[in-house]
Structure formats: C-alpha cells, structure tokens
Design a protein around this ligand. Structure first.
Ligand SMILES: NC(=O)c1ccc[n+]([C@@H]2O[C@H](COP(=O)([O-])OP(=O)(O)OC[C@H]3O[C@@H](n4cnc5c(N)ncnc54)[C@H](O)[C@@H]3O)[C@@H](O)[C@H]2O)c1
Length: 420
C-alpha cells in the first residue's frame, strides 16, 4: 500500500490461465450468450495446428456460428484491418456478430481488437485512432500464443499506418478483452526468435511499468476512465513477479522450447507484466522503440530490447530503490552501488544472449538519423509525459546517443579503472 496512490486498475473481464484451458472455451462462449462470432488468426494456426478446427467443431455443436479470418500478419496495418473488415462483412452477409475471438500473438490480437470496432461500424479504422468516439465495440476473447505483448489485457490495438510508416493506437478501456484465456500450451510451438522477441517485450513491460511515473502524478487530462494512469502498489506487485519470472525463465525458454516449465513461467510473466503496464502505462523505452521500429522495421520486442539498458542507466538516480530491487532479483553481487551500476550491463548481456543487437548501429541506424529519431520519440507524447525525469527531451537525446554508441555509465567506470 502507498497512501498517495490514486488507483484506476483495469484488468480484462475474466482471466483464465492454465494448460489445456482452451478446451473450456466453447461452453464458456455459449454461457456468455454469444451466438455468432468472428475468429481472427493467421495461416500458421489454421494450417499447422488443430486448434482452430477443434474450436469450430465444438462451437458448432453448441449452435455457435463462427466465421474465420486467417489473414493475420505480423505488425498489422490499417490497410489490412480495412480489407479484413470488408471481407468479413461480406461473409457475414448482414448477420451481426456478437463476439470476436483472437488466436495468435500480439499482431492477431490487435487486429481482432480493431475489428471489434470496425465490424459493427463499417468505417475505416483510421477514424478510431486516438478516440473511439463513444462506439461500443464487440466483445473480444483473446487467446495469446506468444508470451510477450500482453495485448489480451490492454486497452489498445497498435497498427502500422503505411501512410507515414508509424504505429498508431486505437485505445479505450472498452477494447479490453471480455475474456483473456492464457493456455501456455499454445506457446509451445513458438520458434526461438519469436520466443526471445516476445519475452524481452514482457520483461520490458514489467520493468518499464515498475519505474514509470506515480499514479498520483500521472496527467489524466481530466479523463474519468483513463486506459493508463501511472504506477501504484497494485501494478508494482504484478511487475515484480513478472520480472522475477522473466529472469528465471526467458533464457531457458529461448534455448529450449521444449522446457515446459520455462514456457509456463513465461506465460505467467507475460500476463502479469500486462496487469502492471496495462494500467500503469509505459514511457521512454517504448517511445523510442516505436521510432526505431518505424525506421528499421525490426520486431517490436527487439526495438524495445536495444533501448532497455540505456533507459535503465538514465534512471539510476531517479529510481534507485526499484533498480536495486531488480538488480538483486538478477542476483547481482556486491554493495548497493556496485549492484546498481552492474544492472544495465546485466540487462544488455541478456539482450545479447537472446541474439538481439545491443546498440542502434546494430540495427543499421546512421548518425545522421539520431536527431529525427529523438524528435519522433518525443512526438509520442502519452509516453514521453510519463517518463519520470525533469528534462525529458534532454534525457531522450542522451539515451539515444548512448544507445547508438553502446555506452553505459558503468562501462566508463571500468575503462577508468583499467586506465589507472
Ligand atoms: N496492444 C498491445 O497492448 C500491444 C503491446 C505490445 C505489442 N503489441 C504489438 O504486438 C505485435 C507483436 O506481437 P508478438 O510479439 O506476439 O508477435 P506476432 O504476433 O507479430 O507474431 C510473430 C510471428 O510469430 C508467429 N507465432 C505466434 N505464435 C506462435 C506459435 N505459438 N507458434 C508458432 N508461431 C507463432 C506468428 O504467426 C507470426 O508470424 C506488434 O505489432 C506490437 O506492436 C501490442
């Protein structure tokens, strides 16, 4: 408990977690009173797993009609969403669906979230960016197959806008899933690259939301039902456990996809991280990562990963207590100062061992792009304003330059020791 907190906690309607729980979905959908749904996924799941057909057969036996869209793609665009809307509305031939089911990683879940709005309204998704204007979206049931984004517990759908190569957000608490069903077995088929990128995304969500602006200081701009509203004792509780689980299981799941304990651990880590950041919100890592991804088209997780150590370094004075907690969870030895100094290096080491570049040069960013990168990152104001430092612009600039050079404060200290 922190007496100053102003908690506005928004979880999904129901949270179901456990191996094999996907089999409980058809009777649950029936019990929720749904009769006609849209199932959003991608071709991997319709062609290479039995899960979609198993659901369709069981749902049909209960009298639930389901129309399938398996054209999901990584990092869905507004164009894909509009095309899916048109195709599905044609297939539905005037029947109004009452729910949408998403099976897949964050990409399929985000596409499905956006479809919850566009299928009923029949309008381009761009019209909902920034404000859904009081529309009532369809109920969403989300089954994540990666352990990373936590989109099954968040209020936003992130879509790529091909018009200006940036990501845009369709966001409202009404878009949080009615049901988030986390069956860890759905993640067992994730290849190592997807496991690493998604897993470091979960780790970033947990750390970034543990360190973000306090709920009492968060600028809610007068919103009575904000999607994000700063960290609180409640969000920090989930963040700590998510960090502990990522440290224990992320590398294990990456190295051995058959390590079921590690897979289950990361499934919990991902949703716990989402229960933290899904109400607390995020800041500089994601803000700068969006700008990096816009230029390089690298995966969401890897763009977060490259920035994370440098943002932690920048917060070493402002968030000393929390960073020390994380350092001890990492098992870093020595006195507090030594453990604290070693943390960004330890995180950078983890990023490297997951096969992700540890500086911006490694993503092909040029020196000439750095100013524009900082400007693009600062333009994501909802994230910049939550960064708990006084000079956000100056700090973003320093972080981007450090990330470009691969320079951490403790590196300089070691060089000095070596020089002396
Ligand atoms: N809405 C949110 O709150 C939120 C938060 C973070 C990220 N995101 C978005 O999520 C997206 C990234 O999602 P992601 O990291 O989950 O990856 P993803 O959904 O883009 O999937 C990546 C690839 O992995 C495959 N895949 C997924 N699960 C698999 C499985 N179990 N077995 C085999 N292959 C599998 C997919 O078919 C796809 O080809 C980005 O677009 C990002 O912007 C959204």
């Amino acid at each position: 408990m922190r007496p100053e907190d102003l908690i506005h906690f928004c979880p999904p309607g129901r949270l179901i977690i456990g191996c094999g729980t996907r089999s409980t979905l058809p009777p649950l959908v029936q019990r929720l009173g749904h009769r006609c749904g849209v199932f959003v996924t991608d071709a991997f799941f319709t062609r290479h797993t039995p899960w979609v057909q198993q659901y369709l057969d069981a749902a049909a036996a209960l009298g639930i009609r389901t129309v399938v869209f398996d054209g999901g793609l990584p990092d869905p665009t507004t164009t894909l969403c509009d095309a899916a809307t048109a195709a599905l509305r044609e297939q539905l031939a005037g029947t109004a669906p009452d729910h949408v089911i998403a099976l897949g990683g964050g990409s399929n879940i985000d596409l499905a979230k956006a479809l919850c709005l566009t299928l009923t309204e029949g309008r381009p998704v761009r019209e909902f960016v920034g404000d859904i204007g009081g529309c009532r979206p369809l109920s969403l049931i989300a089954l994540p197959t990666t352990s990373g984004t936590g989109s099954e517990a968040t209020p936003g759908a992130i879509l790529l806008d091909p018009g200006n190569a940036t990501k845009v957000a369709v966001m409202d608490n009404a878009l949080r899933p009615q049901v988030a069903l986390i069956d860890p077995e759905l993640s067992f088929t994730c290849p190592p690259r997807v496991t690493a990128d998604a897993g470091i995304d979960a780790f970033t969500h947990a750390i970034e939301s543990l360190l973000t602006i306090d709920s009492a200081a968060y600028d809610r701009t007068g919103h009575v039902d904000p999607g994000y509203s700063g960290r609180s004792s409640l969000t920090m509780m989930f963040a700590r456990e998510a960090i502990r689980l990522c440290i224990a299981y992320l590398e294990r799941a990456y190295r051995d996809g058959c390590d079921t304990t590690a897979r289950i651990g990361m499934a919990y880590a991902s949703v716990y991280a989402a229960l933290s950041y899904g109400s607390a919100g995020l800041n500089a890592v994601h803000g700068i990562a969006y700008a990096v991804a816009g230029r390089t088209h690298c995966s969401h997780g890897s763009s977060n990963a490259v920035m994370l150590p440098y943002v932690l370094d920048a917060l070493r004075d402002v968030r000393r207590v929390e960073l020390l907690e994380v350092a001890r969870l990492f098992g870093l030895p020595g006195d507090d100062a030594a453990a604290l100094a070693a943390l960004p290096q330890a995180v950078r080491g983890l990023v490297g061992r997951l096969g992700i570049p540890t500086d911006l040069r490694g993503f092909g960013i040029e020196t000439s792009e750095l100013d524009a990168l900082v400007a693009d990152a600062l333009a994501v104001t909802r994230l910049a304003k939550a960064f708990p430092v006084v000079d956000v612009a100056g700090c973003y600039r320093a972080i981007v330059h450090d990330a470009f050079d691969g320079r951490l404060a403790a590196d300089d200290r070691l060089e000095l020791v070596a020089f002396n």
